[in-house]
Write a protein that binds this ligand. Structure first.
Ligand SMILES: C[S@@+](CC[C@H](N)C(=O)[O-])C[C@H]1O[C@@H](n2cnc3c(N)ncnc32)[C@H](O)[C@@H]1O
Length: 317
C-alpha cells in the first residue's frame, strides 16, 4: 500500500522555519516525509536533516523518498520516539539545531492501514500502537483496565460526555466476551450513547478512539518534555514549529512556549526579578496559524490543525 498523506500547512511551516541552506534541521515526526522533503531540498552539502519516526513503516517510506530526491545534505534517520531527541543529537554529535518540526498525531496512512487498528471505520484487531515494539495496545486497555481508568481516559483524552456510560458498557460486555476488534468496540460505543445524542455531529466512536490512541501512545505525556528539550537544543535564532490536532495538545504546546517566553517565578509585586530565570524564546505570531481556505477544501485533516512557532532568543552578551 502506498504511503498516502498530504502534509498539513506545508508552505506555512517551510516559511516559518526560515531554512538556512547549511543549517541543521530535525523533523521529529517524519511520516511520509511530506515536510522533510521540502526542508531537504533547501539544504546544501553542509546542511543536515535529522528525521525521527517511531513507526518503522513510516521511516522506511521516508528514507526511500529522501534517497530518491537526490539531495546534497546529510541525512540521519532514526526509528525512535521523539522523546529521545536529546540522545539522538548527542549520539550524532549535533551541537545545535536551526529548526525543529513536530507534526503531531497519526498519519492518514496509519489510519488507512486497517490492521493497525486506529480506525473506527475499518474492522481490525484493536491495536493502535504507532511503535509496534511497545507492549501496550488498545485491546489491553479495554479488557484489563478498571472501569474508572477507562472512564478517565475517555473523558480526559476524548473529552467525551458519555465517557462513564461507555466505560460501563465496555466493562459489562467484556465479562461475556473479550473485546478484540475495532467493530466490537464501535458496537459497544453505539449501544452506550443514546440514539438521540448520536444523530448529529461526528461518528459516535471518534472521541473514544482518539482517547485510546492518545493513551496507548502516551501522546500527551511526552509532549512537554520534548518541547523543553527541543528548546535547549535550538541554536540562537533557531525556530520550533509544532502542529497539533486537538485542544489538549495545543494547550500543552501553548503553555510550554509561554512559560519559556516568561519563565520568571517572582511574585508580581516584586519590583525586580530575583529568580534569575531568563526568557528562552520569543513567539513568532501570538495566535496559532491555521490552514488556508484552499487547503481546508483539499485536505480535511487540516481542519483542526494549529501551528505554533517559537524562536530561540539571541542572547546579547
Ligand atoms: C502526522 S504524521 C507526520 C506526517 C509528515 N509531516 C508528512 O508530511 O508526511 C505523524 C507521524 O509522526 C509519528 N509520530 C507520532 N508521535 C511520535 C513520537 N512520539 N515519536 C516519533 N514519531 C511519532 C507517527 O508515527 C506518524 O508517522
Amino acid at each position: 500500500m502506498d504511503f498516502d498523506h498530504s502534509p498539513v500547512m506545508l508552505e506555512e511551516v517551510i516559511d516559518r522555519l526560515d531554512i538556512k541552506p547549511q543549517g541543521v534541521y530535525l523533523d521529529g515526526t517524519l511520516g511520509g516525509a511530506g515536510h522533510s522533503l521540502e526542508i531537504y531540498r533547501r539544504l546544501n552539502k553542509d546542511g543536515i536533516l535529522i528525521g525521527l519516526d517511531q513507526d518503522i513503516f513510516a521511516l522506511e517510506t521516508s528514507t526511500k523518498r529522501l534517497k530518491d530526491a537526490n539531495g546534497q545534505a546529510k541525512t540521519i534517520l532514526v526509528n525512535t520516539n521523539f522523546k529521545n531527541i536529546k540522545e539522538v543529537c548527542e549520539k550524532n554529535n549535533i551541537e545545535g539545531l536551526d529548526g525543529i518540526l513536530l507534526d503531531l498525531g497519526v498519519s492518514s496512512h496509519q489510519l488507512d492501514q486497517a490492521e493497525r487498528g486506529f480506525s473506527y471505520q475499518k474492522d481490525a484487531q484493536l491495536d493502535m500502537r504507532m511503535d509496534r515494539r511497545e507492549e501496550l495496545t488498545a485491546q489491553i486497555i479495554v479488557n484489563e483496565y478498571s472501569m474508572e481508568e477507562i472512564k478517565n481516559i475517555i473523558q480526559s483524552f476524548g473529552e467525551e460526555r458519555w465517557a462513564s456510560r461507555i466505560a460501563e458498557f465496555i466493562v459489562d460486555r467484556r465479562k461475556e466476551k473479550k473485546i478484540e476488534t475495532t467493530s466490537q468496540l464501535v458496537d459497544i460505543i453505539k449501544a452506550a450513547i443514546p440514539s438521540g445524542a448520536r444523530r448529529d455531529g461526528p461518528h459516535p466512536a471518534k472521541r473514544t478512539f482518539q482517547a485510546l490512541r492518545i493513551a496507548v501512545n502516551n501522546e500527551l505525556g511526552i509532549l512537554e518534555k520534548v518541547i523543553k528539550d527541543g528548546i535547549t537544543l535550538l541554536k540562537p535564532g533557531g525556530r520550533f514549529c509544532v502542529i497539533s490536532f486537538h485542544s489538549l495538545e495545543d494547550r500543552i504546546v501553548k503553555n510550554v512556549f509561554n512559560n519559556s517566553v516568561n519563565p520568571c517565578t517572582c511574585p508580581p509585586e516584586f519590583p525586580v526579578c530575583i529568580c534569575g530565570k531568563k526568557p528562552e524564546v520569543v513567539l513568532i505570531g501570538r495566535k496559532p496559524v491555521t490552514a488556508s481556505n484552499d487547503e481546508l477544501e483539499r485536505n480535511p485533516r487540516s481542519r483542526s490543525a494549529k501551528l505554533r512557532v517559537a524562536e530561540k532568543m539571541i542572547i546579547q552578551s
